[in-house]
Ligand binder design. Structure first.
Ligand code: UDP
Length: 318
């Protein structure tokens, strides 16, 4: 049995990773400080004996008293609304938190997967974005706190690989959606679904002609797991290459919720990327991975999740 430590394990992607590795029979140590994650995301994992939760902020030093085979570093606010509300915490977890997580990986001789992001490409001038593109990021804009933190984290992770020989992998994660996103997460899909279910207008920013390529969570965690099992020590794009405009996404959600909601066009946020689509050829070739879930099916599953959101199960002892 392998031991996998997941920082941000009570977050959206982190909690799905915990579940995937527990189902594979591995031991999972989940670290989270609940800044944007929640206990509800992991309370159903209590039934696994090999699951441990540690309430901890990875920006502080931590020692673990057992072997660890892999560290998946997923702690960070990830929604633009969250990281602009939590700019210092975002910069700290990307820098100090990544340093601590790498230090722990080095002491345990563990493999390391960094949750990086398509935001390292900023408002891209190359489309679709291959891993070789260096990006177009405004370091002092409102998104800079996240983009630069992740760019620093990539540089730090590769320095540990080059200098200390650590087995480092970098997942450049493109827009991902699904159950366990918070209702107030602020990103387009949870916003649109909840607005549509409540019969409120869908807040489309700008003209809605900007594009995104969205990937269902079940596909994403399989990509991350394939990356962990690979011997790659370079950035890999993970995402669904199925590109659509934000307006098309809003219209699809109105249709799939059978909602009478209208569209309310609002100002486009500063530095909002105009296009985004992963070039996934590397992942397809080197990881033999490709998203399988159709966007409509993933949206329907997410609608179901938000419909059935109910009060949390009782807390378990931390
Ligand atoms: N967006 C929108 N309405 C919302 C939330 C987001 O139109 O209520 C737009 C946002 O401006 C961006 C796209 O949807 O163009 C995706 O935004 P999201 O916050 O999901 O993530 P991003 O891809 O910008 O990191």
């Amino acid at each position: 049995m392998k031991t996998i430590l997941i920082t941000g394990g009570a977050g959206f992607i982190g909690s799905h990773l915990c579940e995937l590795f527990l189902k594979k029979g591995e031991r999972v140590i989940c670290l989270d400080n609940f800044l944007t994650g929640s206990i509800e995301n992991i309370s159903h994992l209590r039934k696994y004996e090999q699951f441990t939760f540690i309430h901890h902020d990875i920006c502080n030093y931590i020692s673990i008293d057992e072997k660890v085979d892999a560290i998946l570093h997923f702690a960070s606010p990830a929604s633009p609304a969250d990281y602009q509300r939590l700019p210092i915490q975002t910069l700290k977890v990307g820098s100090i938190g990544t340093h601590n997580a790498l230090g722990l990986a080095k002491s345990k001789k563990a493999a390391f997967v960094l949750a990086s992001t398509s935001e390292v490409y900023g408002d891209p001038l190359v489309h679709p974005q291959p891993e070789s593109y260096w990006g177009n990021v405004n370091p002092v804009g409102p998104r800079g706190v996240y983009d630069e933190a992740k760019r620093f984290a990539e540089a730090m992770a590769l320095a540990y690989h080059r200098y200390h020989g650590l087995d480092v992998k970098i997942a450049r994660i493109f827009n991902t959606f699904g159950p366990r996103m918070r209702k107030d997460d602020g990103r387009a899909i949870p916003n649109f679904i909840n607005q549509a279910l409540e019969g409120k207008p869908l807040t489309v920013f700008g003209s809605g002609k900007q594009t995104r390529s969205v990937c269902y969570i079940d596909d994403m965690v399989l990509g991350i797991s394939a990356l962990l099992e690979s011997d790659l020590n370079e950035p890999i794009n993970l995402g669904n290459s199925c590109e659509m405009t934000v307006l098309e996404l809003a219209q699809m959600i109105i249709e799939l919720t059978n909602s009478k909601s209208t569209i309310d066009f609002q100002d486009l946020p500063v530095d909002d990327p105009r296009v985004r689509q992963p070039d996934t050829r590397k992942a397809e070739k080197l990881l033999a991975w490709k998203p399988q879930v159709r966007i409509r099916d993933g949206i329907l599953k997410s609608i179901n999740y938000f419909k059935t959101l109910k009060t949390a199960e009782p807390l378990f002892h931390i």
